[in-house]
Design a protein around this ligand. Structure first.
Ligand SMILES: [Zn+2]
Length: 295
């Protein structure tokens, strides 16, 4: 294993960390990884972690290859319904900030979101580091898809990162670069899991959104606030992604009880997802959160 160890917290530069829990890579290698917390600012991260040059093998799993549109099983159909619902919901969320313009999707995967937004009238640009996904995206969207942010030299009205920031090794560099690509009145949408959500507390080391070692950073509202402040930006609004509580609970049930039947896991995940959303609603502390950010 080619691991690297963070010596300093990327938010506050402290070098004093404490162990939080050990989690396993349930989708690919079954290896275990330590999750640590900065004693000074409470930022949580996977440490040690695979170096950027060695993380590729942890993405070699079917669950990271996007579902095809040809799925016939009930789970495929539910997945596609949820995906289409989410695409329209994200479009409406963005529409509340701006009705049209130039949009950059960072970590665009196989391009479902930018394809949807292009149809809705936006000028879209995608960035995706994984070659196979990037090629699929460029076929689907008929636009050039960049492999790295450093190749992009224009500014955007809207920049989106849907469950992407937790995967990037260079956290501060990425946030600084994104800010530099944003127009003065532009808006950034960052969706990340929330390790302080009720479902995270319930499932502990089995919580699927720890997703080690692919998730390098584990954010909360407090640490996301700190990150944006540090880069001279402001969080305007925090919006819950309520479907994530069900999906994450279903995966977590499977990790915690591998022998449990699928139907039992689905029933328990539905109950836990519902309860997590209910408990999270007062404080907006859901399983995954979207941060709407301005310069
Ligand atoms: Zn810190």
């Amino acid at each position: 294993m080619n691991l690297e160890t963070l010596a300093r917290c990327p938010l506050c530069q402290s070098s004093e960390f404490t162990n939080v829990l050990l989690a396993a890579d349930y989708t690919t290698t079954q290896e275990t990884f330590q999750i640590q917390k900065c004693v000074n600012c409470q930022f949580v991260f996977t440490n040690p972690r695979p170096a950027a040059s060695a993380i590729g093998k942890y993405y070699q799993s079917d669950s990271y290859i996007s579902h095809t549109d040809g799925g016939k099983g009930i789970l495929d159909r539910i997945y596609l319904m949820a995906r289409n619902f989410t695409l329209r919901w994200k479009e409406q969320l963005i529409f509340k900030q701006q009705s049209t313009g130039e949009l950059l999707d960072v970590g665009c995967g196989t391009g479902e979101f930018i394809s949807h937004m292009k149809t809705a009238g936006w000028q879209v640009t995608g960035m995706e580091p994984t070659e196979i996904a990037r090629e699929k995206a460029s076929q689907k969207v008929k636009e050039k898809i960049y492999s790295d942010l450093s190749e992009i030299h224009q500014t955007f009205d809207v920049i989106t990162l849907w469950h992407v920031l937790e995967h990037v090794h260079q956290l501060n560099e990425t946030v600084a670069k994104i800010k530099s690509l944003l127009k003065e009145n532009g808006t950034i949408f960052i969706a990340v899991p929330n390790h302080e959500s009720p479902d995270a507390k319930l499932y502990e080391q089995y919580w699927a959104a720890y997703d080690v070692p692919r998730h390098l950073w584990h954010f909360s509202k407090t640490t996301m606030q700190q990150l944006t402040n540090q880069h001279g930006m402001k969080i305007k609004q925090v919006v819950p992604m309520k479907l994530d509580a069900y999906y994450v609970s279903l995966l977590s049930e499977k990790y915690r009880h591998p022998q449990q039947s699928s139907i039992t896991s689905m029933i328990k995940a539905t109950l836990q997802g519902f309860q997590s959303n209910r408990r999270a609603s007062k404080e907006i502390n859901h399983s995954s959160l979207i941060y709407i950010i301005k310069k």
